[in-house]
Ligand binder design. Sequence first.
Ligand SMILES: Cc1ncc(COP(=O)(O)O)c(C=O)c1O
Length: 427
Amino acid sequence: MSDAINLDGPAIESPSVDPAESATAKQSVPVKVAGRVDRLPPYMFGRINAMLYQKRRDGSDVIDLGMGNPSDPPDPIVVAKLAEAAADERNHGYSKSNGIANLRREVASKYYRKYGARLDPESEIIACLGSKEGFSHMCLALMGPGDTAMIPAPYFPIHMYGVILASGNVVSLDVADPDKFLSNVAYTCENLTPRPKVLIVNYPHNPSSATIDPSFFVEVVRLARKYQFMVLHDFAYADIAFDGYQPPSFLAVDGAKEVGVEFTTMSKGYNMAGWRVGFCAGNAEMIRALGTIKGYYDYGMFQAIQIAAIVALRETEAAVEAQSVVYQKRRDVLVNGLRRLGWKVTPPKAGMFVWAEVPEQWRKAMSTMDFAMMLLEQGDVAVSPGSGFGPAGEGYLRLALVENQQRLRQAIRQIGRCLEKASAAQA
Ligand SMILES: Cc1ncc(COP(=O)(O)O)c(C=O)c1O
């Protein structure tokens, strides 16, 4: 039959011109990135990092207080367990995307031991590839076009851009005074239509080091119920605190599990930043939603890392406490040194940073970014300009406690010399 389909014939005509020779063959395709990529601002620390890299390549011994990247090693028993688990051939396949049961159980037991909070490891805890991954994907699970999140100002970038990448909107609220922050949350809920869907909180706060007492979260839960928003608490600095202060867990408050979740990490207190181990705990429905998204995006964490993380959680509490003492001593060196230079600095009660107001003489003369560039260029000390954390950070610097005491003393001397010279040039 003439109209029968010839199943053996070519689906299309063979090209008459060799494609390699045609004019279009070598044309590149225009790369049009999605709107969500275009909406991200240029990386604020790009200038600083480029200069830092250049200086180090030229042989300068820059003291780097820029990033909150722990420089001390994890407890040796954790590294030994990783090596042992990595040598076991059963640990090399895909693991469970939400984390192995024993790891989630260990997190539940730490929550009970430290905060008296009871969590079901099956439905109320999920392991994440670092808390930032969990936080970002939680934003994707909860937020969409037209949804608003209230976030702290100044902000750790992912608190803002996790929401933006999920196509949501943000209202940023001054974080410095916890009572004012809470009254601004209530005011925003009363006045914004539609009402905010999510509240993002982070105490001890990065970058400002602001802290709270447990009654703060009682009020958060009350407001969440009243105005029907969900709560995401980023508790990255749970394990680093000074002078007897104990950062409170959101999940220790009655009713917290009904309204939100909390993110914790092994990056900071356990010195395991590169390992990418974090957790999200709390509301089972929110955790299920995060698990659904993660089930599509990733296959979970390398099982040997999960096994070593269990050992870290179970057996290295003393090392975590000792690490806080290390940070406290560094804090004292840095705060006292800056005060000797005439800076107004409040010693942080927790976290890995000193949030220091730039002296007025320099605030009047230049932006915080230019001031940070000057310290790097002429003083060989890298710090983060507060403006990298949004407009509310202008006028401040964030200095990470990631160098030892001797290097911090050296940093103070270098900052002092740099500013003396710059003052002389200014006069
Ligand atoms: C407030 C805050 N949240 C989350 C993170 C990211 O932690 P992780 O390494 O668990 O992704 C950091 C790291 O600097 C942080 O400062």
